[in-house]
Design a protein. Structure first.
Lengths: 116, 116
């Protein structure tokens, strides 16, 4: 069975603080993809990043960075110098490469509140 | 650049009524997914289409739910004899698939259903 756990339900920070959102996953598949999506108050899920199971290089995109560690089955997301516009619910998701039609298995989400 | 669109954005209905939602995917995307999201949870997979073929249905999709994608373009999700437990956000996503793999899914704004 596949499962994604986001243990942090809510995080509150003050603007310009760095914040890390945790994601731990379970899968028996050897090939899989991990994703992060952002859901602002408007409700639409916005794709942020896709990472395959063979690529453990960390990735940085502006203020966003992702740390993938296969040994601990974790795919954590860090926002540097947070801004009020970063306030949203963030979802980590998993999909197996070879089966299940690409359906995403989502975690429960972490609600990030960035206060000015 | 048009993304995934969904109509209506909001629907309030009385218990026992039938409702139908529409999703228009990104035009070149051959896969279309339906998810359901309840308050405080991540989206849960309902069903998906590869072109016009419905290839998988979740056990969440009771016999009161039906989905179609005629001609592999837009899709409709119908709920018959609605129940209060059907109240949720219904999300549509689309993606491109190649060699059996589905790349990142792009989501529409969702249809929020309230059953009174």
């Amino acid at each position: 069975a596949q499962k994604v756990t986001q243990a942090q339900t809510e995080i509150s920070v003050v603007e310009k603080e760095d914040v890390t959102l945790d994601c731990v996953y379970e899968t028996r598949d050897t090939t899989y993809y991990l994703f992060w999506y952002k859901q602002p108050p408007s409700g639409e899920l916005v794709f942020l990043i896709r990472r395959n199971s063979f690529d453990e290089q960390n990735e940085i995109s502006g203020r966003y960075s992702w740390n993938f560690q296969k040994s601990t089955s974790s795919f954590n997301f860090t926002i540097t110098a947070s801004q009020v516009v970063d306030s949203a619910v963030y979802f980590c998701a998993l999909v197996a490469y070879y089966n299940q039609g690409g359906k995403l298995i989502f975690g429960q989400g972490t609600e990030l509140s960035v206060k000015p | 650049d048009t993304g995934v669109s969904q109509n209506p954005r909001h629907k309030i209905t009385k218990r026992g009524q039938n409702v139908t939602f529409r999703c228009d995917p990104i035009s070149e995307h051959n896969r279309l997914y339906w998810y359901r999201q309840t308050l405080g949870q991540g989206p849960e997979f309902l069903t998906y289409f590869q072109n016009e073929a419905q290839l998988e249905k979740s056990r969440l999709l009771s016999d009161r739910f039906s989905a179609e994608r005629p001609k592999g373009s837009f899709s409709t999700l119908e709920i018959q004899r609605t129940e209060q437990g059907d109240s949720a956000m219904y999300l549509c996503a689309s993606s491109i698939s190649s060699g059996g793999f589905s790349y990142e899914q792009y989501f529409g704004p969702g249809t929020r259903l309230t059953v009174t």
